[in-house]
Design a protein around this ligand. Structure first.
Ligand SMILES: [Zn+2]
Length: 259
């Protein structure tokens, strides 16, 4: 694995974490001086109240286990980077891939959360055992980390383990996308092409495909020359109603890896 360890990854290594199942976020929070409580929250999804070197993190108990775990990691990100502030985080601030401002405190907290939930030094060796990527393989990898399909897929494309991208649409158009460094010259279209499976899933009643299927790349990209290539697409419906598509790009479409 290339790249220096980030603060959350260094914390995990200092605690001797060597397998995903050992990432106990409540124990890690305790070690960092923060108690975690779960209760129904109305005005936000999670918050942290800090005083000196002690803090209490509250997370909405009605969310899925994967979402609650990510939220604890997100608040620990605030505790690491924005100590001394009391913060309440709305659902659209936690894990919101549509915001690209790297200096936004919510994105900084999400970055820390991804490093704590899915540290690269544990993800990379597991991902290296996978030869053909699909949603099923991503979910298998996500399970021992207790991470969502979306958080794990974003991690894998941003690490360039999966060359391609993850694109999310609602009926009004594209919400967000995440892509691998090797796919940076490709920019997904705003509106879904009627030929895409994602379109039929969003506007029709089609359910998830069992495996990625081939489609002309011009259905997803309007760049000149896109019609010369084919990509593989596999879409799923996220809990918030968005249709998220994994796009696997062939080697001919990729830049030489910039890792
Ligand atoms: Zn936040």
């Amino acid at each position: 694995m290339s790249g220096r360890l980030r603060p959350a990854e260094m914390l995990l290594q200092s605690l001797g974490v060597t397998v995903p199942e050992e990432i106990d976020v409540e124990a890690i929070a305790w070690y960092r001086g923060a108690k975690v409580r779960y209760r129904a929250l109305e005005s936000c999804e999670a918050r942290i109240l800090g005083h000196g070197d002690r803090a209490v993190i509250c997370v909405d108990s009605r969310k899925s286990p994967e979402r609650r775990k990510f939220s604890v990691c997100h608040e620990l990100g605030h505790w690491h980077h924005h100590r001394g502030k009391c913060l309440a985080c709305r659902s659209d601030e936690i894990g919101n891939a549509s915001s690209k401002n790297a200096l936004d405190p919510e994105r900084v907290a999400d970055g820390y959360a991804a490093d704590l939930l899915l540290p690269r030094y544990l993800v990379a060796p597991l991902a290296a055992q996978v030869s053909k990527w699909s949603l099923a393989r991503i979910r298998e990898l996500a399970a021992p980390f207790g991470a969502s399909t979306t958080a794990t897929a974003i991690r894998l494309v941003e690490m360039d383990v999966i060359p391609g991208m993850l694109v999310s649409h609602k009926t009004g158009g594209r919400r967000w996308f995440a892509r691998s460094p090797s796919a940076e010259r490709w920019f997904p279209q705003d509106q879904l092409d009627a030929d895409s499976h994602a379109f039929r899933m969003l506007f029709g009643s089609e359910t998830e495909l069992r495996a990625p299927s081939l489609i002309g790349a011009d259905a997803w990209f309007d760049r000149t020359g896109a019609d010369r290539y084919e990509v593989r697409e596999q879409s799923y419906k996220a809990s918030n109603g968005e249709v998220v598509t994994l796009l696997l790009l062939p080697a001919e479409m990729l830049a030489v890896s910039v890792r």
